[in-house]
Design a binder for this molecule. Structure first.
Ligand SMILES: C[S@@+](CC[C@H](N)C(=O)[O-])C[C@H]1O[C@@H](n2cnc3c(N)ncnc32)[C@H](O)[C@@H]1O
Length: 265
């Protein structure tokens, strides 16, 4: 068992609100659009948003399937679900359930498409959860999973050792920080064929609070402070350093999102 905090512990009201703000920055909006285009939901399809969080992907799926389709969003964190319910209140084709991805409250073959963005890395028994995902998708249906490996991060710093310590510590917030490396095989074993893998990078080349990386510094810092010898003062210096690099004109951040698309056998 990992020592990572549970999803409910991590996504309380404050953290859920903060993550929603980060996920509304223009770079993350553009990333979401690219990911949705890879899934290409069609008019009238039955779609499932797994670990839907604040409902941003749910809303996009609803636009894709239209009012002749339907979208279910499922999440284990009540604070996230309240944000998602508010966001999608005017969309009649959308409804939400509080549930664990390990036990989805749906009959076999209920969906044509499913999407899970940044979710399975939080799940201890991934293989069991992927079999559960395969169970609820009809044969020929599609599943798209997005996951990150923070080892792919390039983040300019005047102190690379401290930067690496912050990222290594951040990796401890989830049980599977390097999931993309094994996800194609795991999806295939769970019941998906023709698993395609794509990369959608996030790139920030200026210090701007309205971007993914600067927004995420707060979350990374909150988690890392007090762990692995990193003090609150270290985190504060780390943040100041990013601002200073920005003022010098050298701010640079890039991170790969890996996208896996499979077809249910
Ligand atoms: C990083 S957020 C991503 C939210 C959303 N998919 C998005 O991309 O906008 C991860 C979400 O997965 C949910 N989650 C984590 N483990 C879960 C589980 N076992 N069952 C259901 N939801 C889970 C969390 O509560 C959180 O809302």
């Amino acid at each position: 068992m990992s020592t990572a905090p549970t999803a409910q512990e991590q996504f309380d009201e404050r953290a859920s609100g903060a993550l929603t703000a980060v996920y509304l920055t223009p770079d993350v909006v553009a990333q979401r659009d690219k990911v949705l285009a890879l899934l290409a939901p069609r008019e009238g399809e039955r779609a499932l948003d797994i670990g839907c969080g604040p409902g941003l992907t749910t809303e996009s799926l609803a636009q894709g399937v239209g009012t002749r389709g339907r979208v279910r969003g499922v999440d284990i964190a009540p604070a996230m679900l309240s944000i998602a319910r508010r966001r999608c209140a005017s969309l009649p084709q959308v409804s939400f359930e509080l549930a664990d991805v390990a036990r989805l409250p749906y009959a076999d073959a209920s969906f044509d498409v499913a999407l899970a963005s940044q979710v399975y890395e939080y799940v201890e028994d991934i293989d069991g959860a992927l079999r559960e995902l395969a169970r609820v998708i009809r044969p020929g249906g599609r599943a798209l999973l997005v996951d990150t490996d923070w080892e792919s991060a390039v983040w300019a710093s005047h102190d690379d050792v401290r930067m690496r310590r912050v990222i290594e510590t951040w990796n401890e917030h989830i049980p599977h920080p390097q999931l993309p490396r094994t996800l194609k095989r795991r999806m295939t074993q769970a019941g998906f064929d023709d698993v395609r893998v794509e990369v959608v990078p996030l790139l920030n080349v200026a210090y701007d609070p309205n971007t993914y990386s600067v927004g995420m510094m707060q979350m990374l810092g909150n988690f890392a402070a007090g762990r692995n010898g990193l003090t609150a003062a270290d985190i504060s210096t780390w943040k100041d350093d990013a601002r200073a690099i920005g003022a010098e004109g050298d701010y640079f951040f890039s991170l790969n999102r890996f996208v896996f698309i499979g077809v249910r056998r």
